[in-house]
Write a protein that binds this ligand. Structure first.
Ligand code: NAD
Length: 489
């Protein structure tokens, strides 16, 4: 298939931070190049923020904090609804920015832009429903609880789903009455600067949503350490998450951590394979496997092991990786070092004698300077192999057989991670036994949502993090609870 005759639209996002509803140059005016993963060329630049820029953003947020928190909840909701509608109107423009910046096939970037709008829409309905409780206490007393915003919340966003993760994190924090300072990833963040501009055009209170771009060790660390930031929401790798949590602990700042995963998909012999196979492929190929909730381990009951691998191999051999604009099954990886990392996993598997069932191919029109890897299905992967234990963050699926339910549970839980799990079986009792037994923040039964919908609480156990984002549940993390005890006799 030839790539459609599409071109990238001209980029309108300047190399500036977005502070107090306007674009602002970095204090020391340094910039960083943005690389197009599809062809390896620099196509834009961003401001390289330093501590002074973060401080300016925190000050702008501080100016907005009381006014935003004092708005009637329904009014706050209406402001978020206007932002949701504006993002939806600009969805196609945002999808093109996201596709180029992340190397995502256009169809996936379109889904991400729609999800970003949907997060703001969902949270627009929340502020006037976020209520406290009354607690029966001793005679002569009344006790009530109030949900109050933290104040200024800090949001550290990764490069794999900037629009979606920004929507869920900032949408929820604003709904709860906080004002936000965001540090997006240096590899992909242009869509977020445009979203902030769109939000300002839609009438968002000046200073309620601020973005400082730059490196994790510079702007990111400055945000995490800033004493004015009273809650942190971090999405990224377990290693960085641990250092962010340690740094936040030093100043007693609460942190929500959304980290990685090594999520199992478990196929029992009675599974509906027609439904399971496309979902299993999509769960590892979506965003070229660079999804925290990617279904990267495949556990198959031995009696259907060969049959399932044959059918999956057939699907893998037809997968094609190509440039974002060509909108194929898979785009490139985000950067050269990520490509080297994925190749290293594959070399390691090769050295251990792990065989591949099938690989897809890289399209002929994929520029050689792009960061492409062919989707790969590996079989009989030992549970202690690196490719079975560590997050590859590439389109590599590690399959292994199991003999019974107990072994399936043991293999699934034999991981440092616990983000998402998929179970494929028609047996209703087993469905619930598995859901109970799996150490995982989400369990999908006879479907695999890779994170799931906007409404569904999302987050992990073990090294996958703690705290929940998405859904109404996230609002409890974005607020603190005050207990009021009144003695009236
Ligand atoms: P990363 O941890 O290197 O970077 C994530 C963000 O943290 C970036 O914005 C980066 O600039 C920033 N950062 C880096 N060092 C920092 C520091 N010292 N202080 C403050 N901020 C710092 O991760 P990555 O490689 O960009 O993303 C991939 C990882 O993220 C994978 O492990 C993936 O599973 C995970 N992830 C998890 C989720 C989730 O919701 N659970 C979603 C997306 C990605």
């Amino acid at each position: 298939m030839n790539a459609p005759d599409l071109r990238w639209p001209a980029l309108t996002v300047p190399p500036r931070h977005f502070i107090g509803n306007r674009f602002v140059a970095s204090r020391d005016e340094r910039t960083l190049p943005m690389i197009d993963p599809s062809d390896g060329t620099a196509f834009a630049s961003i401001a390289r923020g330093v501590a002074a820029d973060v401080d300016a953003a925190v000050q702008a947020a501080e100016q907005a904090r009381e006014r935003w928190g004092a708005l009637a909840p329904a009014e706050r909701g209406r402001s978020l609804a206007r932002i949701a509608a504006a993002i939806a109107r600009h969805a196609e423009e945002l999808a093109f920015i996201e596709a180029r910046d992340c190397g995502k096939p256009l169809t996936q970037a379109r889904a991400d832009a729609a999800a970003c709008a949907r997060y703001f829409e969902f949270y627009a309905g929340a502020p006037d429903k976020l209520h406290g409780t009354t607690i029966p206490y001793v005679s002569g007393y009344s006790v009530l609880t109030w949900r109050e915003p933290h104040g200024i919340t800090g949001h550290v966003i990764p490069w794999n789903y900037p629009l979606q993760i920004f929507g869920r994190s900032v949408g929820g924090a604003l709904a709860a009455g906080n004002v936000c300072v965001v540090k997006p990833a240096e590899d992909a963040c242009l869509s977020l600067l445009r979203v902030a501009e769109i939000a300002a055009e839609a009438g968002l209170l000046e200073g309620a949503m601020n973005i400082v771009t730059g490196l994790g060790a510079e702007a990111g660390a400055a945000l995490v350490e800033h004493p004015g930031v009273r809650h942190l929401s971090f999405t990224g790798s377990p290693a960085t998450g641990a250092s962010v949590a340690a740094s936040a602990a030093a100043r007693h700042c609460p942190v929500t951590l959304e980290l990685g995963g090594k999520s199992p998909q478990i196929v029992f012999a009675d599974a509906d394979l027609d439904a399971a196979l496309p979902a299993i492929v999509n769960a590892i190929v979506q965003n070229a496997g660079q999804t925290c909730s990617a279904g990267s381990r495949l556990l198959i009951e031995r009696s259907v092991y060969e049959r399932t691998l044959d059918a999956l191999g057939d699907r893998f051999s037809r997968l094609v990786a190509g440039p974002a604009l060509a909108d194929r099954d898979c785009g490139p990886l985000i950067r050269a070092s990520q490509l080297a990392r994925v190749r290293d996993f594959l070399d390691d598997a090769d050295r251990r004698g792990i065989r591949s069932v099938a690989t897809g191919r890289i399209a002929d029109d994929a520029p050689t300077a792009g960061f492409y890897v062919a989707p790969t299905l590996l079989r009989d992967v030992p549970i202690d192999a690196r490719v079975a234990c560590d997050e590859v963050f590439g389109p590599v699926l590690a399959a292994m057989p199991f003999d019974d339910e107990a072994q399936a549970i043991a293999l699934a839980n034999a991981s440092d991670y616990g983000l998402v799990a998929g179970v494929w079986t028609r047996d209703g009792a087993r469905q619930l036994r598995m859901a109970r037994a799996l150490q995982s923040g989400q369990v999908f039964i006879n479907n695999y949502g890779a994170g799931g919908g906007v409404e569904l609480p999302f987050g992990g156990v073990k090294h996958s993090g703690h705290g929940r984002e998405k859904g109404f549940e996230a609002l409890y993390g974005f607020t603190t609870l005050k207990t009021v005890v009144l003695r009236h006799g």
